[in-house]
Design a protein around this ligand. Structure first.
Ligand SMILES: Nc1ncnc2c1ncn2[C@@H]1O[C@H](COP(=O)(O)OP(=O)(O)O)[C@@H](O)[C@H]1O
Ligand SMILES: Cc1ncc(COP(=O)(O)O)c(C=O)c1O
Ligand SMILES: [Mg+2]
Length: 288
């Protein structure tokens, strides 16, 4: 591995504000990673504004761009791949091809799939075929998977009855191939309303973390993209899964505190940059 690790991140780009790569790239760089951003779509703004302009990257671009990096002899230096918001299912298949290609050059490279799915109730718009791709094809190719509760429910085909049930649902996903599941946002009957909770599940261990739930007039978007980007960055920087899990909970909380303080709808990544790199707070995960 080179002294500065390198991550290929394939997700959306928004010109204004922060979602997809526009939420993840700067924090990942601020943590000390060389980031290779490859955009699946270029939108004016994230889809929860209900209106946006822009377009989906044409087919074959993901393959062509990674082949271009290979042609200059750099693709083998990719330590990890992150995928997030997709414009089409075809892009998802191209990502899996790119992951295969990179792993053939660097068997140590790891792939984190953030299975971003559309949710009408949340206002997040993703092409419906993308969910199918994520549910049926992406899960078995990923080393790590980072669903939110709604996405975990889609994988399980049901909603949870308890925290223990969420763990069972995540454990079931491990049987398809991933080595760890990070559930970025838990919601289950009996959850305390004042907490924001996450899970980290591996074959051997389950960890649960909670941080205060902050009040926002409108829920900020891009939090999941930020969480996955920070988690993977800390992993390639040498953290254990547990360390990366605890770190990203703290760093994301710092961003949300700043966002709340400024009364902003968009994440205040620039203002919070020092605290992303050096969170003042620490949340300690509990072993379940
Ligand atoms: N500490 C917190 N306090 C309040 N809201 C939070 C906190 N952390 C995250 N959120 C919000 O929780 C939601 C997480 O969204 P969700 O759809 O479950 O995951 P994702 O962002 O991965 O899609 C977002 O609306 C985000 O703004
Ligand atoms: C363009 C775009 N990318 C990514 C996301 C995912 O954001 P989050 O991290 O909140 O799931 C959204 C959500 O609406 C989006 O509109
Ligand atoms: Mg998300």
């Amino acid at each position: 591995m080179k002294s500065v690790p390198q991550i290929l991140t394939i997700q959306s780009h928004v010109v204004f504000g922060h979602a997809g790569n526009a939420a993840a790239v700067f924090p990942m760089q601020r943590l000390g990673v060389n980031v290779w951003p490859l955009n699946t779509v270029q939108f004016s703004n994230h889809t929860q504004y209900k209106q946006w302009k822009g377009l989906v990257l044409p087919p074959k671009q993901i393959i062509e761009l990674t082949e271009g990096i290979d042609a200059i002899g750099e693709l083998a230096n990719c330590d990890a791949i992150l995928s997030g918001y997709l414009g089409t299912a075809e892009q998802g298949r191209e990502i899996l091809e790119a992951v295969k290609h990179i792993k053939s050059l660097n068997p140590k490279a790891i792939y984190l799939c953030d299975p971003v799915m559309g949710h009408p109730e949340k206002g997040c718009v993703v092409a419906p075929e993308v969910s199918d791709f994520l549910l049926k094809e992406a899960v078995s190719a990923a080393d790590y998977l980072s669903p939110n509760q709604l996405e975990l429910d889609s994988f399980a085909g049901r909603t949870p009855t308890s925290l223990t049930d969420c763990v069972e649902m995540a454990k079931k996903l491990l049987t398809y191939g991933p080595k760890a599941i990070m559930v970025k946002h838990l919601n289950y009957p009996g959850k305390k309303p004042e907490h924001f909770e996450m899970l980290l599940v591996t074959e051997k261990e389950t960890w649960h973390i909670q941080r205060p739930l902050l009040a926002f007039p409108k829920q900020p978007v891009g939090v999941g993209d930020l969480t996955s980007g920070i988690f993977l960055s800390r992993l390639v920087l040498g953290n254990t899964l547990l360390e990366a899990f605890e770190f990203c909970a703290a760093a994301v909380h710092e961003v949300l505190l700043e966002t709340q303080k400024q009364g902003s709808y968009e994440l205040e990544l620039v203002a919070a940059q020092d605290r992303i790199a050096h969170p003042r707070i620490k949340f300690t995960a509990n072993k379940l």
